[in-house]
Design a binder for this molecule. Structure first.
Ligand code: FAD
Length: 475
């Protein structure tokens, strides 16, 4: 019997699982995907919002502001890249200037530091804003994070501290018995005293399994362009337009790896798995990004992608506990920024039922990640002397070595697929998008996991890459 089963291994499930590891409890996380952080938590703007704009008094405002403050310690403990670069919400006319001025009192109510900058002050700190920008709202506490690394770090640390994780296990039914639940997947069943529903887009479906039907989730798609990194200086803050009822709008931001993101769009869709992108929407992304930032080097676009926001019918984060069933639903933006605080609150709710004892052996630190690209030549040389695999570069675009790939496979919650390696240490994220490195990563995965190369997957269990040997006679 488990004490807690968490359904969903996104950033919310990860924050809950790691927080639960601080207690003496038998905890299991179930996810239908073949890796952690494989749905909305990996396809977003990667911004730790300051929290100035959610309506005061809402869960979004409360958890965004609390979560933002937790990021310095969390990312230090988990060795995840995070930079507080600040955001500028830019007004392009006098009417918008009045709107951003009205946000100051909202920010004050939420307890977030902001400052109105005039045109000259805005340009001074961000020379790349377009000439039509007449002023901005500066929020210094906004940051950027690597969301893939965050999810991996949360689960690795939770597993290091005793939490269990089962992937490729889609929860299909939950039966409520006296003081416990039976959680069923296609061919397994598990008993638990408490269930935490962190199933993102499907949190409404999971809630309905125990008769909770007061909310629905509608997917709202956001499409993006990714720009390659380049040597010349470019934007150094998160640049937002003035928000509207459709959301925070199309932004321009650097990423923690010196790429740039343009997007997201905002359109409701019917299908919770529709991650397609289309030209008219992306053309609109270009037009709107150009209203904020001048001379965007569109020739550096290397990829487009989309993510689906889990927009809830209550229009706020749903965080509640009913007889041992905890719902974390409708966690759309700013869900990433809020995740550490939502994780803490979920565990407070678990404790209102289970009254768990603290775990004296909890270690908050994840083993440091080796990032060759960030090391000095001397540091690299020392490392290569100890382990020559760090001298074998497998991804030229992102400068990733074989040693880093092997390390990300051998950790708890380690990579099992090409995409899993890409998310953890970046081969395939560069200009060639995996054209050069993918066969090498496949070889390393096959060797490390003791698999026939024919059984190495790109991502899901069905995503085989190779079909058959072409030169069987040459063996
Ligand atoms: C376009 C876009 C931009 C965004 N930008 C930002 C931003 O800049 N800053 C910010 O703070 N937030 C942002 N967000 C929101 C943020 O990404 C989400 O709030 C956050 O990722 C939600 O995490 P989650 O764990 O709830 O969901 P997910 O990451 O979707 O995780 C849910 C998990 O549940 C699993 N699951 C579902 N059903 C089942 C089942 N039946 N059985 C087992 N497992 C199941 C799924 O496989 C999945 O892994 C953005 C979102 C989008 C789409």
């Amino acid at each position: 019997m488990y004490d807690v089963i968490v359904i969903g291994a996104g950033v919310i499930g990860g924050c809950v699982a790691r927080e639960l590891a601080r207690y003496k409890a038998k905890v299991l996380v179930l996810d239908k995907e073949n890796d952690v952080g494989n749905v909305t938590s990996m396809a977003n703007s990667a911004i730790v919002h300051s929290g100035y704009d959610p309506k005061p008094g809402t869960n979004k405002a409360k958890y965004n502001v609390l979560g933002n403050k937790m990021y310095d310690l969390l990312t230090k403990e988990l060795d995840v890249e995070f930079k507080r670069i600040g955001s500028l919400t830019c007004a392009t006319n006098e009417e918008e200037l009045e709107i951003i001025k009205s946000f100051v009192s909202r920010a004050n109510d939420n307890g977030v530091e902001v400052k109105i900058l005039n045109q000259e002050e805005t340009r001074k700190i961000e020379p790349f804003v377009s000439d039509s920008v007449v002023g901005s709202l500066y929020a210094p506490s906004a940051g950027i994070i690597n969301p893939f690394e965050l999810c991996v770090g949360l689960f690795e640390n939770a597993l290091d501290n005793g939490v269990e994780l089962l992937l490729n296990e889609e929860v299909v039914s939950i039966e409520r018995l006296t003081n416990r639940f039976v959680v069923r997947t296609k061919d397994k069943e598990f008993e638990t005293r408490v269930v935490v529903n962190a199933a993102g887009l499907y949190s409404d479906k999971i809630a309905k399994m125990v008769g909770i039907d007061y909310f629905n989730i509608t997917p709202r798609k956001g499409e993006y362009f990714v720009l390659d990194h380049f040597e010349k200086p470019f934007v150094s803050h998160v640049i937002f337009p003035v928000p509207s009822e459709k959301g925070k709008g199309i932004l321009v931001t650097p990423t923690t790896h010196n790429n740039y993101l343009l997007g997201p769009s905002s359109e409701f869709v019917e299908d919770k798995s529709d991650l397609s992108t289309d030209k008219p929407t992306l053309d609109n992304v270009r037009v709107n990004a150009s209203k904020l930032v001048k001379n965007i080097p569109f020739n550096y676009i290397i990829r487009q992608f989309s993510g689906l926001r889990a927009t809830g019918s209550t229009h706020d984060f749903i965080i509640d506990e009913r007889d041992g069933f905890i719902t974390l639903g409708g966690i759309e933006s700013p869900g990433l920024a809020s995740a550490p605080a939502i994780g803490k609150e979920a565990v407070r709710l678990v404790n209102s039922v289970l009254h768990l004892e603290t775990n004296p052996y909890f270690n908050p630190f994840r083993r440091k990640v080796i990032r060759l690209k960030k090391m000095s030549i001397e540091e690299r040389n020392d490392l290569i002397k100890q382990d020559p695999s760090f001298g074998h570069i497998v991804c030229r675009c992102e400068g990733v070595s074989e040693g880093e790939v092997v390390d990300c496979i051998r950790r708890n919650a380690g990579a099992r697929t090409i995409k899993g390696v890409k998310k953890r240490c970046r081969p395939g994220f560069g200009k060639c998008q995996g054209g050069f490195c993918e066969p090498l990563i496949m070889e390393i995965l096959a060797r490390e996991l003791n698999l026939d190369p024919l059984n190495v997957r790109y991502d899901s269990v069905k995503s085989y890459i190779l079909q058959s040997e072409t030169k069987e006679g040459d063996k």
